[in-house]
Design a protein around this ligand. Structure first.
Ligand code: COA
Length: 249
């Protein structure tokens, strides 16, 4: 699939996906969502891709929300279908089994925040509520109080405040954003890939389980890893005081 709204580049096993509608502040129209769904599937299924970075074109915005032009035309049934398509795309990204990091290079509003979970949600100002998972993921990340405050007031917050409430992991100068993100992805990729995959899965699924169930899932993963060559290699490398050479097996 040739993309019209995304740039998709693979360099040294990291896919960088740039949402490329800078004149519309990278707003998510249906085509962007469809192309992101395709890109998410590629990240999940292509062995040549080990991790991904998601960012926006231009200097102003990561993604300034769902495309308000599309939303203005929707009725109840296509509105629901649009929310379900967006949710499925985000869920595919979330469960692709590889690290995906948002390099939030500017406004991350509404659907952009839902994409990155990195800024604020102005939908109530427009008379709509979040539709791409914002009411569900935001409280899981920043807690119920912070989430309700952001969703109900539609207040725009800056990067330091997003950092303070735990919505973003790191704040860096704009010029260092992509390089810093790449360093983080490379650091993750130097770990055992099977351990990374199972840790992603345990955190994602464990959040929806009781503590007992989550602990059992974790113990099962721990046991499963003991059957891998990577675990033996990681432990042997430590004892031999050398860097591990993981194979993903
Ligand atoms: N959907 C569609 N188009 C959008 C958009 C969106 N969510 N956000 C910005 N744009 C478009 C603008 O309409 C404008 O297009 P035009 O040049 O053809 O008129 C272009 O992007 C630039 O935006 P502009 O508003 O002129 O930039 P600004 O610097 O003055 O303001 C924002 C930036 C982000 C504060 C402002 O664009 C904004 O509030 N956008 C909507 C944010 C929002 O409510 N998102 C949630 C939607 S669910």
């Amino acid at each position: 699939m040739g993309y019209q709204t995304l740039l998709f580049e693979i360099k040294d096993a990291i896919a960088t996906i740039t949402i490329n509608r800078p004149d519309k502040l990278n707003a998510l129209n249906d085509q962007v969502v469809d192309e992101l769904a395709h890109a998410a599937e590629r990240i999940a299924s292509e062995d040549a891709i080990k991790g991904a970075i998601l960012t926006g074109a231009g200097t102003k915005a990561f993604v300034a929300g769902a495309d308000i032009g599309d939303l203005a035309k929707q009725g109840p049934f296509d509105g629901k279908a649009r929310a379900l398509r967006g949710q499925a795309m985000l869920r595919r990204l979330e469960t692709c089994g590889k690290p995906v990091i948002a390099a939030v290079n500017g406004y991350a509003l509404g659907g952009g925040c839902e994409l990155a979970m990195a800024c604020h949600l102005p939908e109530v100002k427009l008379g709509i509520a979040p539709g791409y998972g914002g009411t569900q993921r935001l409280p899981r990340i920043v807690g119920k109080g912070n989430a309700l405050y952001l969703i109900l007031t539609a207040e725009m917050i800056d990067a330091p405040e997003a950092y303070r409430i735990g919505l973003v992991n790191k704040v860096v100068p704009a010029g260092e954003l992509l390089a810093t993100t790449e360093t983080i992805v490379r650091g993750i990729l130097s770990m055992g890939p099977l351990a990374v995959r199972l840790a992603l899965e345990a955190v994602d699924q464990g959040l929806e389980m009781t503590l007992e169930e989550g602990l059992l899932l974790e113990a099962n993963h721990f046991g499963l890893l003991a059957a891998t060559r990577d675990m033996k290699e990681g432990l042997t490398a430590f004892l031999e005081k050398r860097a591990p050479r993981f194979e993903g097996r």
